[in-house]
Design a protein around this ligand. Structure first.
Ligand SMILES: Cc1cc2nc3c(=O)[nH]c(=O)nc-3n(C[C@H](O)[C@H](O)[C@H](O)COP(=O)(O)O)c2cc1C
Length: 194
């Protein structure tokens, strides 16, 4: 593959990852900085907008990563496809969406069970005296409806990330390959030592 094909393939994989629940790129590790400490966690890749170079994930507006992103809006993404032996690293600038048109559109697509994550009574990371999901009792009800879950919209956030750096690493017996791409006015790529 030439550099253009590598870039195109990378974005196609990221697009597939967002769409297909069982795709290895459906989850990513994202990295933020907080008090000079790199913090990593898993998120679901919810959407890839190739034309805008954007990756999206959902989260709780009260979570620590939101505080970190407010202080340092740069986000790192790490993806790994184990059968293809491909690692993709990406870095971009984030925008936090909360109670706007985008969050409303995305919220409406979430089924009842998909809203549970945003429904805890207290903010994520709040200390508990014993293990508990911190959900209000309505989630125990077998007759819970979509309308019952509307309160959790207040906690629902979408983070979009405009990617300006993408790196591809392909490990293979015939020879490892690694390419780096920076977006300046367009994508500029180069091969580097793997
Ligand atoms: C498979 C998996 C998928 C996850 N997806 C998300 C997600 O899409 N959004 C999210 O905020 N947290 C997600 N989490 C939980 C985060 O990894 C993390 O524990 C949580 O968001 C708190 O992180 P924070 O304290 O750094 O904000 C997921 C965890 C796992 C194991």
């Amino acid at each position: 593959m030439d550099l253009n094909e590598v870039l195109t393939t990378s974005w196609q994989m990221l697009a597939k990852g967002a769409l297909q629940k069982k795709h290895p790129l459906h989850t990513a590790t994202i990295g933020t900085m907080a008090n000079n400490i790199p913090q990593l966690r898993t998120v679901v890749l919810r959407k890839t907008a190739i034309a805008n170079r954007q990756l999206f994930f959902y989260t709780d507006i009260r979570s620590a990563k939101i505080q970190a992103l407010k202080a340092h809006p740069t986000l790192s993404w790490l993806f790994y496809h184990p059968t293809k032996n491909i690692q993709i690293r990406a870095i971009g600038n984030t925008t936090i969406h909360h109670q706007n048109e985008l969050t409303l559109t995305q919220w409406k697509t979430l089924p009842t069970y998909g809203r549970k994550t945003y429904g805890t009574l207290q903010a994520p990371s709040t200390p508990l005296t014993q293990a508990a999901d911190d959900l209000p009792p309505l989630w125990q009800s077998p007759t819970i409806t979509l309308a019952d879950t509307e309160y959790a919209y207040a906690n629902f956030a979408v983070v979009s990330c405009e990617i300006y750096y993408l790196e591809w690493l392909h490990l293979q017996r015939s020879g490892h390959q690694r390419a780096q791409f920076n977006y300046v006015q367009g994508w500029e790529g180069s091969w580097v030592v793997p």
